[in-house]
Ligand binder design. Structure first.
Ligand code: GLU
Length: 420
């Protein structure tokens, strides 16, 4: 597969497309094409064997036109500035379509977290937090988990920031453990939102969950919870994968058993999972299976011009950020495949991050039922807006999502008297 695609080009293509549909002149939206600030940090960390290793990390704030920057921290060996810039921009558009009062940001460290011990991970996270402390803050830029980071990572960040700040303020990060100010339902929020997005599309198409087969690429937090929620809703999940490859069973996989196995140890992978009747497949094959829905829930650029023409699914549900390149997007559009775009489909995570931040600031905590009801209300309302605009203008759901988001960002910037 041609995986060299720069993800920031994917952002730019979507912005240009939306600006054209909205009839904007270049000067009106030019600002939205550039991040406000890019921070690069290098810092030493002591390893368990006493050696010292220098790590490189990033934090990018794409836009603060609608509120403080918001977005996750990624730990992955392939993290680079273009990826973080793209992820920060997607956050800005995601929070705008979600209609929550934030801008977009993202951070990351170039590291394979599976190669570090828990103690090394903690020291690295604390050192990184110290380095980015000047550019983050509860009213400035609020990090959260992303690929390779967890509630535990957020606990270390919050604690390190408290040392610098002089007191513990839980609103500095979201996605925290419940015990230190996390929200009920945050861990599950992205996956639950992804599943809800699919239910909404099925309703419009008069399709029923029990008749649907799904393949999910990626079994991190988002992929696992999406798989669990969909199987609880009666959907047949026939294939899942992670970095070690995938498994397939035509009659449907036992998702509960698989997720239990994976959660026993953070280093457990699907290659070590055994069950009768499962067939091993690759991460490339999983996207080409003869299923109704594919759910890319891993990294960017998984669907490009080399495989888009071979996809058999009629619905692509983007749980990952940026899984489809603009070339693939055009091919799938031509073939009439429905793409439920990332900036809407996976927005449940940041929506409940917002609820967590609101609860932290109020010092008043909601039940899981209240969190879920508010999340579902937002997913349904935002979907209706998207669907209506796509029908009205005869555009794709991605185009509709970017039109709504870009318009909100540009209008907010203009109200402040700034150039968009
Ligand atoms: N990393 C998640 C995302 O890509 C969540 C961000 C957040 O909760 O701030 O949407």
């Amino acid at each position: 597969m041609a995986k060299q695609h720069n993800p920031y080009d994917t952002v730019l293509a979507a912005v240009e497309d939306a600006a054209k549909i909205l009839g904007y002149s270049e000067g009106e939206y030019e600002r939205a094409k550039y991040p406000e600030r890019e921070t690069v940090v290098h810092f030493p960390v002591e390893m368990d064997d006493g050696s010292v290793r220098i790590f490189t990390g990033f934090r990018v704030q794409h836009s603060t036109a609608r509120g403080p920057a918001k977005g996750g921290i990624r730990y992955h060996q392939n993290v680079n500035i273009d990826e973080v810039k793209a992820l920060a921009a997607w956050m800005a558009f995601k929070v705008a379509i979600a209609n929550i009062p934030y801008g977009g940001g993202k951070g990351g460290i170039i590291v394979d977290p599976f190669t570090l011990s828990d103690k090394e991970l903690e020291r690295m996270t604390r050192a990184y937090t110290m380095m980015i402390a000047p550019v983050i803050g509860p009213d400035k830029d609020i990090p959260a988990p992303d690929v390779g980071t967890t509630p535990e990572t957020m606990a270390w960040m919050a604690d390190e920031y408290a040392k610098i700040n002089g007191y513990y303020n839980p609103a500095i990060v979201t996605g925290k453990p419940i015990e230190i100010g996390g929200s009920e339902g945050r861990v599950e929020a992205t996956g639950r939102g992804v599943a809800r997005a699919l239910m909404n599309v099925l309703k419009k198409r008069d399709m029923h969950p029990e008749d649907i087969t799904v393949a999910i690429q990626g079994m991190g937090n988002v992929g696992s919870i999406t798989a669990l929620t969909l199987s609880e809703l009666g959907v047949k999940v026939v294939a899942v994968s992670d970095v070690s490859g995938g498994i397939y069973k035509e009659s449907g996989l036992n998702i509960k058993d698989i997720t239990e196995y994976l959660s026993q140890n953070r280093k457990n992978l699907l290659s070590g999972y055994e069950a009768s009747g499962i067939k091993r497949i690759t991460n490339e094959e999983i996207l080409l299976l003869d299923v109704d829905v594919i759910v890319p829930a891993a990294l960017e650029n998984q669907i490009d011009e080399t495989n888009a023409g071979d996809i058999k699914a009629r619905i692509v549900l983007e749980a990952a950020n940026g899984p489809t390149t603009p070339e693939a997007d055009a091919i799938l559009k031509d073939r009439g495949v429905i793409i439920v775009p990332d900036i809407f489909a996976n927005s449940g995570g940041v929506i409940v991050s917002y609820f967590e931040w609101v609860q932290n600031r109020q010092g008043y905590y909601w039940s899981e039922k209240e969190v879920n009801e508010r999340l579902m209300y937002k997913m349904d309302k935002n979907f209706e807006d998207l669907w209506a605009l796509s029908k009205e203008k005869n555009i794709t759901l991605r185009e509709a999502a970017y039109c709504i988001a870009l318009d909100r960002i540009v209008k907010a910037a203009n109200k402040k008297g700034r150039l968009a």
